[in-house]
Every structure is written in structure tokens, then in C-alpha cells.
Design a protein around this ligand. Structure first.
Ligand code: NAD
Length: 295
């Protein structure tokens, strides 16, 4: 069993981006600039946005964090997005999800200029991804593809079972893994809450991508010997021994699944860090006017 080390791989990607940014600056070109929008005080969202902003600074990107009260009106938020769309200094816009219930997420995403949509959620970019055209790939699946690529994991002809069909993880992951590319060329089964025989399907999987949002959902009896396990879940569970009062666990029962796997991502230290690295790559590509890192 080998750990797929998100810390190591994301550090390598960030180091490469830092060099590329230094090069842009040396040539008198524009510094990539990411604008992040955070609405309300969701603890997990605050942590994610803070890491994204900090990572920008580490590699020499500019970033702007726009924080809004949870009661901000939809109209006011849309006005801010319009002004970011029109601001030539901003290359990438990310709106940290989820948004409060009174705001229509779809409307907000649809209002982001597709050429600044570094999360890859705009329907135009989703359509391009499905068509295999150059575009921004949603950061979490993109980060997973970069991880598979880094470790040179054979995916061709493998059976991948993706658990979860969200627009941000499961669905784009299933599309990317089934593409005629490397990594890719998998036979993909996309499973979800209505799937009847999940355990049987998982037992046939050479690769499992777990994106469910339920701590320890994937157990050893669901996993074939030698499978590659990608754990996307980030779940907070109470832990009085921690200062924060919680610890993070994935959707996979790591201790019992790891010994059966060939490769496995830890939580934390796996996919979460790759998501940030992929977002930075998308932002770099937005800044240089070249969409998409892997096509
Ligand atoms: P979501 O709630 O939008 O989707 C969960 C999916 O799980 C749904 O499609 C649902 O059909 C499926 N599901 C629920 N119960 C199931 C069951 N019993 N059997 C099979 N499928 C079932 O979640 P999401 O936004 O895709 O996130 C999933 C997890 O990944 C969460 O823990 C989230 O915090 C985490 N996440 C991590 C990153 C990262 O950077 N590592 C990024 C995004 C999300």
C-alpha cells in the first residue's frame, strides 16, 4: 500500500506555478489575481477560503477576499460579481459554496464570466468539459487527475466506481475518468443514493472515488484487494482531544481499507490539498488567457 501524498504533490505543483509567476513578473506581465467570495460564517467554508488565499500568497499570486454577511441580498451579491467580471485586474472568481438558502446558487454561478470561472462550474465550461474542449476543469476532480498522473497510476481499461454524483465532484470525475486520455480510459460506474447494489459494484472496482459526505462510509468489505482508493470526503467529527473540538475524517474507513488498497489518499493531506493546487493552476491559465490545464 502506498499513500497518495497530497502534501507532496500539491507542493510540487505550487513550486512550478511559483516559478511560472516569477517568470511572468520578470517579463513585466500581469500577476494572476484570484477573487474569492465568502458569504456568512460557515466554519468549514472559512477554512477552505483561508487556505486558498494563503496559497495564492505563497506562490506570488494576488488575491482579494470579499466577505459578506449571511443576509446579503442576491441582487447585491450579483452586483459584486458583475463588478469582478468587469474588473480587468481580476483573472479568476470563486464563490465558496454553499451559499445561504435565500440565494440561488445556480444564478450566481451563471453570472460569473466563463473566462474567469476558475471553479469550472459555469454551464458553458461544464459543456466544454463534457465535449473534451479546453476549459476550466472543476478543481477537485482536476486535482485527483493530477494526483493519478503524478503517481503514474495505470487507469486504462480499469473499472472505476465513483460514489456520489454532485456537480462539483462525482459527475465531473466520472466524465474525466472515462475520457480517451491519460489518466482516463476507465470504464466508469457512477453510483449515488439510489444505487441498489453498491457493495457488489465497489467489489468489482479497480479504482474507487468516494465523494459522499458520510464519515467512514466505505468499509473494507466493500473493497477489492489492490484497489486504488481516492477519498474525497471531508467530515468533521467531534473530538474533545482537539483544540477545535473536532477532527477531519474522510468517507473511507482508512484504517481497515488502507491495508487492502494499492494506493490510498489520506484525509486530511490528500484530495483537499490537490483541490487547492488545481484551483491555482486554473487561475494561472485564466491569467495567461489559456483555458484548462488538462484537455
Ligand atoms: P453532495 O452532498 O453534493 O453529494 C453527495 C453524493 O453522495 C450525492 O450525489 C448522493 O447521491 C451520494 N450519496 C449519498 N448517500 C449515498 C449512499 N448511501 N450511497 C451512495 N451514494 C450516496 O457532496 P459533495 O459536494 O460531492 O461532497 C462530498 C464529500 O466530499 C463531502 O464530505 C465534502 O465535504 C467533500 N468535498 C471535499 C472536497 C475536497 O477538496 N477534498 C471538495 C468538495 C467536496
Amino acid at each position: 500500500m502506498q499513500i497518495l501524498d497530497g502534501k507532496l504533490v500539491s507542493a510540487a505543483i505550487k513550486a512550478e506555478l511559483a516559478e511560472q509567476v516569477a517568470q511572468l513578473k520578470a517579463e513585466g506581465k500581469k500577476t494572476p489575481h484570484l477573487a474569492a467570495i465568502l458569504v456568512g460564517n460557515n466554519g468549514a467554508s472559512e477554512t477552505y477560503v483561508a487556505s486558498k488565499v494563503k496559497s495564492c500568497a505563497e506562490i506570488g499570486f494576488n488575491s482579494t477576499l470579499l466577505r459578506f454577511d449571511e443576509h446579503i441580498s442576491e441582487k447585491h451579491l450579483l452586483d459584486h460579481i458583475t463588478s469582478l467580471n468587469e474588473n480587468a485586474d481580476i483573472d479568476g472568481i470563486l464563490v465558496q459554496l454553499p451559499l445561504p438558502k435565500h440565494i440561488n446558487e445556480e444564478l450566481v454561478i451563471n453570472n460569473i464570466d466563463p473566462s474567469k470561472d476558475v471553479d469550472g462550474f459555469h454551464p458553458m465550461n461544464v459543456g466544454k468539459m463534457v465535449s473534451g474542449l479546453p476549459t476550466f476543469i472543476p478543481a477537485t476532480p482536476y486535482g485527483i487527475m493530477l494526483m493519478l498522473e503524478h503517481y503514474n497510476i495505470e487507469t486504462k481499461g480499469k473499472h472505476a466506481v465513483v460514489i456520489g454524483r454532485s456537480h462539483i465532484v462525482g459527475t465531473p470525475m466520472s466524465i474525466l475518468l472515462s475520457r480517451n486520455s491519460n489518466p482516463g480510459n476507465c470504464t466508469v460506474t457512477l453510483t449515488h443514493s439510489q444505487t441498489k447494489n453498491l457493495k457488489e459494484l465497489c467489489l468489482q472496482a479497480d479504482i474507487i472515488v468516494a465523494a459522499i459526505g458520510k464519515p467512514g462510509f466505505v468499509t473494507a468489505d466493500m473493497v477489492k484487494e489492490g484497489a486504488v482508493i481516492i477519498d474525497v470526503g471531508i467530515n468533521r467529527i467531534a473530538d474533545e482531544t482537539k483544540k477545535s473540538g473536532f477532527r477531519l475524517v474522510g468517507d473511507v474507513k482508512f484504517d481497515e481499507v488502507a491495508p487492502k488498497s494499492s494506493y490510498i489518499t489520506p484525509v486530511p493531506g490528500g484530495v483537499g490539498l490537490m483541490t487547492i493546487a488545481a484551483l491555482l493552476k486554473n487561475t494561472y491559465h485564466a491569467a495567461i488567457g489559456q483555458k484548462g490545464g488538462m484537455n
